[in-house]
Ligand binder design. Structure first.
Ligand code: AVI
Length: 311
């Protein structure tokens, strides 16, 4: 049994306002559902970032300005669909670089490596499964310049203190001269944001409820999935999208491996995820409090999303 998972589930479901961390969405099944989300028309984030990397890869790499060879280290690579455009540009231009994708899902990393090598047989790829910082720490030993990629608005899933902790850890684990390209979803018309998280097809609901299935499987619980629903809400002032699982009944759930029975009230919420949207001013502040300066922002044509280059 994964002790941290067990501990976190116990803590979150025993709290007055119940919560579960979205980092636990991504078991192999959850990673597959996330691929479905990224292909939904409502989930504009993927298309916007894909456009940036399709049309502006040359400008991005020219602005980075590294001598060759260099590393491209992708944190939380997922299916690498967006990154493909950047990699394709570099391979076509015969640029000397190593691509080092890091992800916590073995399945996601295997699929990514196979797909990339099929389409870019000359790509030098050294995939790693595991913790970002262990890998970054290893890479610090070699003095090849590195461009870190933290794309897909993954930073939006961290509350403010955790986002700052993570970014300052990135900073500490970067060598002098290394750069970070961070993908961030921007504040925009609230209806567009709302639809991306409360989709008509119920895929985001399935993504959230998969976490209960994971608890059933790994902690021998008896959540009845049909007795729970999903809700998501965007607050345009704060930029927070908050997602919840909703209990549809008064009910008890036994979690055998935790030796606990948890009570859920009718309409009680479990907070599962924050997906924060930033303004460009807030983004500048986020960079600066963590010791970075923005070298350049690369936006899509609708100004929905930014890939921001930090040094
Ligand atoms: C991975 N992360 C940036 C996604 C997001 O938009 O917050 C996860 C997601 N949750 C619901 N839909 C997508």
């Amino acid at each position: 049994m994964d002790e941290t998972f067990a501990q976190d589930v116990l803590e979150g479901l025993s709290a007055k306002h119940k919560y579960l961390s979205s980092k636990y969405f991504y078991d192999d099944n959850g990673s597959r559902i996330f691929q479905e989300i990224m292909h939904m028309p409502e989930y504009y984030l993927t298309d916007s970032e894909f456009e940036i990397l399709s049309l502006q890869s040359k400008q991005i790499i020219d602005t980075v300005g590294f001598a060759q060879p260099f590393n491209i280290i992708e944190l939380g690579a997922g299916d690498g669909f967006k990154t493909f455009k950047l990699l394709e540009h570099l391979v076509n231009e015969n640029v000397a670089f190593h691509y080092v994708p890091i992800d916590i899902s073995q399945e996601a990393i295997d699929t990514l490596s196979d797909k990339l090598l099929e389409r870019l047989p000359n790509l030098s790829i050294q995939a790693k499964v595991g913790d970002y910082f262990e890998v970054l720490n290893d890479l610090k030993q070699d003095n090849t310049p590195s461009l870190l990629l933290f794309l897909g608005s993954n930073i939006g899933n961290y509350i403010e203190v955790e986002a700052n902790k993570l970014l300052s850890l990135f900073n500490q684990n970067m060598k002098k001269g290394d750069k970070l390209l961070i993908g961030v979803d921007l504040k925009k018309n609230p209806l567009i944001v709302q639809k991306a998280y409360l989709d008509d097809g119920g895929i985001t609901k399935k993504f959230n409820l998969n976490l209960l299935l994971r608890i059933n499987r790994e902690l021998e619980a008896d959540f009845k999935i049909d007795d729970f629903d999903f809700y998501s809400f965007y607050d345009p002032d704060t930029g927070d999208v908050k997602s919840y699982i909703v209990s549809l009944r008064n009910q008890k759930v036994n979690i055998k491996k935790l030796n606990r029975t948890i009570d859920f009230r009718y309409d009680e919420l479990i907070w599962t995820e924050l997906s924060k949207k930033y303004s460009l001013e807030e983004l500048k502040e986020l960079a600066e409090v963590n010791g970075f300066t923005i070298q350049q922002n690369f936006l899509d044509c609708k100004h929905y999303f930014v890939d921001s280059l930090w040094e």
